[in-house]
Design a binder for this molecule. Structure first.
Ligand code: SME
Length: 160
């Protein structure tokens, strides 16, 4: 595909995600480098939805290390089980947090963040990274986001 997204006008969340999915698939299929693909995926989501922050943390030994992202400067390292990201790593399950202030141990990288979704990425049955998306609106994320973001991260292949 060309390096340009085609976004349907005046569309709902479902239509937007379903228009993005094949474009993202084509974009990722054209490149094998992990960092390049994570960077473009963060850019696609930021451009399409205008999320406050969207990016990846990569598992590095006993911590999550900040990877490619779009948005304000963020914390660089997160421990296992810490914050929403660490919880997604520990449980291996997507965390949907409608109100970050009600999530015990939430790590506030940006004080503007009000709700959050974190989706784990797997390679060979293990969590190797997480996708973190933050919104300025309370209750921004629902099962539509969860389903599409889980599908999207499954398109990423990890080396080795
Ligand atoms: N809020 C996250 C930390 C990462 S930043 O939001 C980018 C957490 O609680 O894990």
């Amino acid at each position: 595909m060309s390096e340009e997204l085609h976004l349907p006008l005046n569309s709902g969340k479902n239509e937007l995600y379903s228009a993005l999915l094949p474009q993202l698939e084509a974009l990722l299929a054209a490149e094998s480098d992990l960092i390049a693909n994570l960077a473009n995926m963060a850019a696609v989501l930021k451009e399409a939805f205008g999320f406050l922050w969207v990016g990846f943390y990569l598992v590095r030994e006993d911590q999550l290390l900040l990877g490619p992202f779009q948005g304000p400067v963020a914390c660089t390292r997160i421990g296992f089980g810490k914050g929403v990201c660490g919880k997604a790593w520990e449980t291996g399950q997507t965390q949907v947090v409608p109100d970050v202030e009600a999530f015990p141990g939430h790590i506030a990288c940006s004080s503007a963040s009000r709700s959050e979704i974190v989706v784990p990425l797997y390679a060979k049955g293990k969590v190797v990274a997480v996708l973190d998306v933050d919104s300025e609106k309370v209750g921004h994320f629902d099962t539509t986001d969860q389903q599409y973001l889980e599908k999207m991260v499954s398109l990423i292949s990890f080396p080795g």
